[in-house]
Design a protein around this ligand. Sequence first.
Ligand code: 1CP
Length: 345
Amino acid sequence: MLRALKGEVLKRPPFWLMRQAGRYLPEYRELRKQSKNFLDFCYSPDLAVEATLQPLRRYNMDAAILFSDILVLPDALGQKVEFREGEGPVLEPIRSIAEMNKLSADRIEDHLAPVFETIARLANEIPEQTALIGFAGAPWTVAVYMVEGRGGTDCSQIRKWADDASDEFRELINLLVEAIATYLTRQVESGAEIIQLFDSWAGILNERQFHRWSIEPTRRIVDRLRESCPGVPVIGFPRNVGPLAEPFVTGTGIDAISLDQDTSLAWIAETLQPKCTVQGNLDNQVLVEGGEALDRETMAILKALSKGPFVFNLGHGILPTTPPEHVARVAELVLGWPATAKEVR
Ligand code: 1CP
């Protein structure tokens, strides 16, 4: 994994899957019962370590991703964050400078101490050849939840604030840049070897806004990490941005870009792969379906991208309805590459 992120072309690409831990696994659902509240679960090192290790035991991925959530950060800043059963995250929205001024990055160290402990324990427990990925939401995506108060909205509140009062909104983004850089630096100090920044909601921004609210803040975080933890690779995930993935790569200085399933393989190979390592991009819905489509699409990705620096992954996180045996099939095809090319036509 580390070699691929440094730009090496490997005979068999490394592989892991976004949201590889979680509800599609019966052992996760069982473990999850031990804590009523999802944030408490994330802040229990015993449970978070176990949830991180579960998919590795089944599928032998090349990387483990810390079990946590992007919304522990607003929780640490002092915003009220709740995860409701069947509803997802609900936050008390921040929509003014006065509300923003109640937040403080000073609590990160103490409040997120259980996350750092989880990472330190994982660094000791996972096999030597398995990389440990730490992560955070990118400023824009974390701000979407902080301002909208939940996921799945039309994002009208945050867009209005970012457009009508951009100086005010910039203060929120600046606070998040500082907080996220501090949080990620502490993750690396605790044992994370790779960082992924999830900008899951980058796709709703137009080109000008994308430069201002995604590329620019990401570049500042990458710069801070280069200084505080030199040599630690950073993967960016600006989801659904189409051809703007190219200015994202050149403008942020990231080591690798994670791509969604709508990005053309030929375009990725031709335009992005000469510039950085690429990660992706199997359709998570095809992983739910399985069968011939799953074999075919997995092979198409391996064929198109394994000639350059590449990490096999999904285009977006595993869905809770995914049959675990479909994940086993993908693991078999990727771990057996290139021999598996002869098996599937
Ligand atoms: O009850 C439960 O088990 C809660 C479900 C759940 C889980 C398993 C949530 C709530 N978060 C997580 C874990 C999680 N979230 C991980 C670690 C697991 C792994 O990858 O193996 C990671 C990396 C995340 C990251 C995350 N959380 C993102 C970015 C990636 C993406 O999928 O785009 C986002 C947007 C979130 C917010 C969030 N947390 C949980 C939910 C259901 C959501 C999405 C809400 C929405 O629909 O907007």
